[in-house]
Design a protein around this ligand. Structure first.
Ligand code: ADP
Length: 486
């Protein structure tokens, strides 16, 4: 398919220069080989909003070459100089927040207010990492002779990002990698390419040198093979499903290419009888229904102490029923569409399977037009049901009663995922016990917000390797050398 000229995003933004439908290679915007493109749909309407380049192995190789050429200069720049450019970039992102948020909503579907928050969150990663990289943590030891440790940018980073946070997932990778002095090739999701290209356009305007960031979209398998197989790539940074993470890790194994993997979750949300009841209800609504439940840290399995189960269910049902579903551009809407018809098909299947096995629909349960799914609450859920063992990734809350702390800890830990977990209790002793006993990389105690530039973000078990965010998020992109001088 050749590139048609129409991209209706231009009608929705003030600054049409942000809308790019070519890919970013070494400071130029180019077509994929043969002008091949992929149609991008607005999941709320099913309308094609534009076309993104269908790149393959050839383009992936060219992107890596451009990043390799740009590496020596960018790596040897002072951290201050890099921080100035990243600072300008974050300023431009904030100034363009309205346009960037509209692009997110049009290609991904989330409510505009959430899209706006996401853009500001993305900007905050550039701020934080630019500052952090200015303060190298030099370590030395006196023996033998003078022994000290040097760290420097690891090299070219290949990044692969998903569609659920089209701006923030890119910022979480690009900000630390570029601040550390690495250069990057990025494959954005084909569902949400335009947010990535808009960030690229702003990076260019901020003065990021050509080749430091290269952004492409296209055939994921082919591009992934090149990213994992090309020896010029020093590290792979991936966010996505466990299944794709496993495949990419296998590909990396051939050359022992290191990787950071942010994979799926199956978060428990535990409400004890001594919890602040209203705060727990509100936190669940926020944590379950944000982005229509399409986040890796969404509350998946909600364990409620049997003594408060009925009342808790009653409150959650009432709040879930009050959330309006529709096009994210409508300010009243709290739940946008799922990313695709197949995602909504899967939710329908999961609910039908749960009902077949004895679950009861307490609220919602229906799919509306193509990609819309009502906020749903299921009772009588058993831990062995498919819906409780898989990551739901949709607006469906599963309620499961429990009796004792030890019982709920073992139920909560009984999953191959270990990304995020939440517990609500007013007992300080229990809070400390749970922070030891729950096998998750991030634990919210009376808290549902886990992600910030300063906090390490990542999982245990099959939820991934390494961390994004915080000092350790920067260290992922630095290599460490021990130097001994006699
Ligand atoms: P989801 O099911 O949530 O879309 P995926 O893991 O399939 O999660 O997708 C996350 C990112 O990984 C997307 O950018 C997607 O295009 C990319 N991806 C999917 N399959 C592969 C693959 N075989 N190699 C490289 N990237 C892939």
């Amino acid at each position: 398919m050749h590139i048609p000229q129409s991209n209706c995003l231009r009608e929705h933004v003030n600054n049409t220069d942000l809308v790019r439908d070519r890919w970013m290679l070494g400071g130029r915007w180019v077509e994929a080989h043969g002008g091949e493109v992929i149609a991008v749909e607005n999941p709320a309407t099913g309308a094609v909003i534009g076309y993104t380049p269908r790149c393959g192995s050839m383009e992936a190789e060219a992107a890596i070459e451009a990043a390799l050429v740009a590496l020596p200069l960018w790596r040897s720049e002072t951290a201050e100089r890099r921080a100035v450019i990243l600072g300008r970039w974050q300023g431009l992102i904030r100034d363009s927040a309205d346009d960037l948020a509209r692009i997110i909503t049009l290609e991904q579907g989330k409510p505009l207010a959430e899209a706006h928050e996401e853009v500001l969150s993305a900007a905050s990663y550039f701020d934080w990492f630019a500052e952090e990289a200015r303060r190298p943590k030099l370590k030395h030891t006196a023996s033998p002779g003078l022994t000290f440790v040097r760290q420097r940018a690891i090299g070219v980073i290949a990044a692969i990002t998903p569609w659920n946070f089209p701006s923030a997932m890119i910022a979480r990778k690009a900000a630390p990698a570029l601040a550390a002095g690495c250069t990057m090739v990025l494959k954005a999701s084909e569902y949400t390419p335009f947010s990535a290209f808009a960030l690229g356009a702003l990076a260019e305007r901020a003065g990021l040198p050509p080749g430091v960031l290269n952004i492409l979209t296209g055939d994921a398998d082919d591009i992934g093979q090149v990213f994992t197989g090309n020896p010029a790539v020093a590290k792979l940074s991936f966010t996505g499903s466990i299944r794709t993470g496993q495949l990419l890790l296998q590909q990396c194994a051939a050359s022992l290419k290191p990787s950071v993997m942010e994979l799926g979750g199956n978060a428990p949300f535990i409400v004890f009888a001594d919890a602040h009841f209203d705060a727990a209800v509100d936190a669940l609504i926020a944590r379950k229904f944000r982005n229509g439940g399409q986040t890796c840290v969404s509350a998946n399995r909600v364990f409620v102490h049997s003594s408060i189960y009925d009342l808790f269910a009653f409150q959650v049902i009432a709040k879930a029923n009050s959330l309006s579903v529709g096009n994210g551009l409508d300010p009243e809407v709290k739940i946008g569409p799922t990313i695709s018809r197949s995602a909504a098909d899967r939710l329908q299947e999961l609910v039908a399977d749960a009902v077949d096995h004895g679950a009861k629909i307490l609220a919602g349960g229906s799919r509306r037009a193509a990609c819309f799914f009502d906020p749903t609450v299921l009772g009588n859920v058993k831990p062995s049901m498919r819906i409780a063992t898989e990551e739901v990734f949709g607006p469906i809350a599963l309620l499961l009663p429990f009796e004792t702390e030890s019982e709920v800890v073992s139920l909560a830990n009984d999953t191959c995922s270990g990304l995020a977990g939440y517990a609500f209790t007013s007992s300080l002793q229990r809070a400390f016990r749970l922070s030891d006993d729950l096998d998750f990389g991030m634990i919210g105690i009376n808290a549902h917000s886990l992600s910030s530039p300063a906090a390490p973000f990542g999982g245990m078990k099959a939820s991934g390797l390494g961390r994004e965010g915080g000092r350790c998020g920067l260290e992922e992109f630095l290599s460490t050398k021990t130097i001994a001088i006699e």
